[in-house]
Design a protein around this ligand. Structure first.
Ligand SMILES: [Zn+2]
Ligand SMILES: [Zn+2]
Length: 360
């Protein structure tokens, strides 16, 4: 038996020879950057990873911009259960198709697409079959169940990517449309077509887009901000709000409906108190602090409280077509990818006018 120091046999040479070649390929392989959450309440950490290949039905995108949503804050702060860790947050992605997995049809390399929160629905549960894929029993959400857009590259399911027919628009200004805009749009629809006088509580990324869409539809907007936030109130007026004040103020008239974007449970009875008989209060967020007890008379006379969850691809197509026909002024504050933690901190502190957007 040859010992360890015996000269290598020809067979061993053929085994050894290729071993150095892949090593050098790995060393020079292109890598991607990602801001990774490894546990709730920890800062995101910049990681370099090998660029992944798209699997069947998937695309690889080079990320051009990814907006930062309040849901990302709820994820990072552990206010939502975290089903997958580590995870790369980010679900308002504008990217360019860079590689196409087997069986992905309809898109070509070089196409610009958006990736929203709904990254997958099963297609066969009762909700999916009924046109309510936003309520799917087995969904996968971008930046939550699968890695999202706080990265230079992302893998997404082709069937859930949204073609973006806005070639002239800056990617950073499109990104906020993909959640703030989409969820805002679904919330706006939930108020009903008869809701002409509309209250918006929390004037952040979603409200600044919904306000413009509502005004374009001929509605009147009443914007409610944190008490004393005069800058946000001026911002709301500049985007067409009829009235802007603090969330503890009464508007000059009763409202037909209100949408709550601020994740503050106290605002539910506050909003019920300023909507007319039959008025509707729509909760647009994925998480909210507890709603305090309130007298039944605030709900009586057929007022209602409803929530909006996720989005459907039909919502996305409808809203993107609306945004093309009625160009919205999208206010953004951009950050380099590596400053994702600063962007999250500014959003948490209410320091952002419009939407925060990461640019890799
Ligand atoms: Zn389903
Ligand atoms: Zn979102």
């Amino acid at each position: 038996m040859p010992g360890p120091s015996s000269p290598a046999s020809p067979a061993m040479h053929t085994l050894c020879a290729p071993r150095t070649a892949p090593a050098s390929r790995v060393a020079s392989a292109p890598t991607m950057r990602a801001m990774v959450l490894s546990a709730a309440l920890l800062p995101l950490e910049l990681e370099r990873r090998n660029i992944p290949e798209p699997g069947p039905g998937e695309l690889r995108l080079r990320v051009l911009a990814c907006a930062v949503c309040r849901t990302d804050l709820h994820i990072v702060d552990g206010e939502l259960p975290l089903p997958v860790l580590p995870v790369v947050p980010g679900h308002e992605i504008v990217g360019v198709v860079e590689a196409i997995g087997p069986g992905s049809t309809g898109l070509r390399v070089g196409d610009r697409v958006g990736v929203p929160w709904l990254g997958h629905s099963c297609g066969c549960c009762a909700f999916c079959e009924d046109g309510h894929e936003n309520l799917c029993d087995a969904p996968r959400f971008t930046g939550y169940h699968r890695d999202g857009g706080f990265a230079s590259h992302v893998i997404a399911e082709a069937a859930f990517c949204l073609p973006l027919a806005m070639p002239e628009a800056n990617a950073a200004r499109i990104a906020p449309l993909l959640c703030a805009g989409l969820i805002g749009w679904r919330s706006l629809k939930a108020t009903g077509e008869g809701a002409r006088r509309l209250g918006l509580y929390g004037f952040g990324a979603a409200a600044h887009l919904v306000a413009q869409a509502a005004v374009a539809q001929g509605r009147e907007v009443f914007a409610f901000t944190r008490p004393g936030d005069h800058a946000a109130q001026a911002f709301a007026r500049s985007l067409g709000a009829t009235w802007a004040g603090s969330s503890n103020e009464r508007p000059p008239v009763l409202l037909d409906a209100a949408i709550l974007f601020a994740p503050v449970g106290e605002l539910v009875p506050a909003a019920l108190a300023v909507v007319r008989k039959g008025g509707r209060v729509v909760c647009g967020g994925i998480h909210m602090s507890d709603i305090p007890a309130f007298p039944y008379r605030l709900l009586w006379q057929e007022r209602s409280v409803v929530s909006v969850a996720n989005l459907t691809r039909a919502d996305a197509r409808e809203f993107l077509a609306f945004a093309q026909a009625h160009p919205l002024r999208v206010h953004v504050v951009t950050y380099p990818l590596a400053q994702a933690n600063e962007a999250l901190a500014d959003l948490r502190a209410g320091r952002i006018e419009g939407a925060a957007v990461l640019v890799p």
